[in-house]
Design a protein around this ligand. Structure first.
Ligand code: CTP
Length: 444
């Protein structure tokens, strides 16, 4: 019996896939189809796949062409599969010519003609309404956001507006987009906005953009006051608009995987979280900085994220130590005490410290080295060092594309499953910042 194996993602199964499977089957007597897992696709940069693994497997199964379906989960698995299943022929479409020649050592390699004029990428593109995105604000990272927006299928980076006209013109030129003369002019041309501004100005901008009927993604933390946050989320919901925070870490595959591992009990019950984020601002004159650009106001969206997501919103006490220069929060250290757990955090724009995340559980702990907020690597460690598990995730570009993709997915009405948690987390973080702003906490 001649065994044939082929691999693919098979997102939105199309006639190109079916031709390939028919031709593959005709090469032998038994066809094994390897379908990439969601995580494997994300880890190799294929982050736009729409259908879940079970959906894609069901579609391939329904063709009746596969004698066996397996899941491809890691790089290098093909050799292991070929040996394990005693495969005679490995085949894929001609778009891969040459790339699998190394498998000739293990079996025959055949490149089948690819069907012209159809691909999953094309189908995804057509199913996506093009979302025109404008940026409100010219400060860092507006340029990187615009550039990365240009890389995402289904999004068009249109231009930006900022009160700082000189800076806006410079960013617009570098990104090759329009520099609008007013927010009104920008609203005319876009479906959605990305807001990058000072925390105390977010709420008014978000409200205005929503009232103009625009979807909003805003740098976190989104809000300083709970009543503003609630009214904006409510308004967005009533008007079918998306309001999303742009805390990049939340959307990174590595960070998402970490949360799933912890929620599934990998280290037992969590007792402690230590999280730090520092960014030493070079050559700053604290007198010229606004209070709301200070450490916790600026970095709170990141610092509080793992705490709230892992320990929840029901903390019992907050203790804070803040060091200020002319009212500017240079460094803040704090503790959130829960009933049976504790979290400590450090945020600093006027200090430098190790930006790591350590999560302590009853069975073991997670170590995410600095910069933890760009989660590409972490370890789960146990008493017996030999049990250590290491996880590596590569992310593409600067990391903005994951939040942009999520934003588009939501705008296109897909995957709203965890919306309620997003809002609850965002409100909890707003509450923490509001309490901090009002001095509503205990000192150390
Ligand atoms: N394939 C084909 N003809 C097409 C599209 C895909 O023969 N028009 C083949 C590929 O060469 C591969 C298999 O189908 O052997 C699975 O491909 P996959 O990457 O899942 O499909 P694509 O449509 O190429 O997906 P994408 O656009 O996301 O790359």
């Amino acid at each position: 019996m001649k065994k044939v194996i082929t691999y693919g993602t098979y997102d939105f199964l199309h006639h190109g896939h079916i031709n390939l499977l028919k031709n593959a089957k005709a090469l032998g007597d038994y066809l094994i189809v390897g379908i990439t897992s969601d995580e494997y696709d994300r880890s190799r940069g294929k982050i736009d796949v729409r259908q879940t693994l079970p959906e894609r497997m069901a579609a391939v199964e329904a063709t009746g062409l596969a004698d066996e379906i397996i899941v491809e989960e890691y790089e290098g698995q093909k050799i292991a599969d070929i040996q394990k299943y005693g495969v005679d022929i490995f085949t894929v479409g001609s778009d891969w010519v040459g790339q699998f020649d190394y498998l000739n050592e293990f079996c025959e390699v055949v490149y089948l003609p690819r069907t012209q004029g159809v691909s999953s990428t094309q189908i995804r593109k057509e199913s996506n309404r093009l979302v025109r995105v404008g940026v409100l604000g010219s400060r860092n990272p507006s340029l990187r956001f615009l550039r990365e927006c240009q890389q995402v299928n289904g999004a068009e980076a249109v231009g930006l507006y900022s009160d700082n006209a000189g800076e806006a013109a410079e960013v617009a030129e570098k990104a090759g987009v329009t520099c609008f003369a007013s927010r009104e002019a920008l609203y005319e041309e876009v479906d959605a906005v990305y807001i990058i501004d000072r925390l105390d100005r977010h709420a008014a901008l978000i409200q205005e953009a929503l009232e103009k009927g625009k979807h909003v993604i805003c740098e976190g933390p989104l809000f300083l006051h709970l009543d503003e946050a609630k009214s904006c989320y409510e308004y967005a919901k009533e008007h079918g608009l998306i309001l999303l925070d742009a805390v990049k870490t939340r959307y990174f595959p590595g960070y998402r995987h970490l949360l799933l591992l912890l929620k599934s009990g990998k280290i037992g019950k969590i007792k402690d979280i230590e999280v730090s984020f520092s960014q030493k601002l070079a050559y700053v004159d604290y007198k010229n900085l606004n209070k709301y650009e200070g450490s916790l106001y600026d970095l709170g969206g990141y610092i509080f994220l793992p705490i709230i997501q892992l320990l929840g919103r029901d903390y019992e006490q907050i203790h804070i130590f803040t060091s200020r220069e002319n009212g500017f929060d240079v460094f803040t250290k704090g503790i959130l005490k829960y009933k049976d757990a504790v979290a400590s955090f450090k945020a600093g724009l006027g200090v430098k410290t190790e930006g790591q995340l350590i999560i302590t559980g009853e069975q073991g702990y997670v170590y995410v080295p600095a910069p933890w907020w760009k989660t590409d690597y972490f370890e789960i460690r146990y008493e017996d060092l030999r049990d250590t598990k290491k996880y590596f995730w590569q992310y593409e570009g600067e990391g903005f594309r994951y939040e942009i993709m999520e934003f588009l997915r939501r705008i296109n009405n897909r995957d709203l499953s965890d919306e309620i948690f997003h809002i609850k987390d965002s409100l909890a973080i707003t509450k923490l910042l509001e309490d901090y702003d009002n001095g509503n906490y205990s000192l150390f």
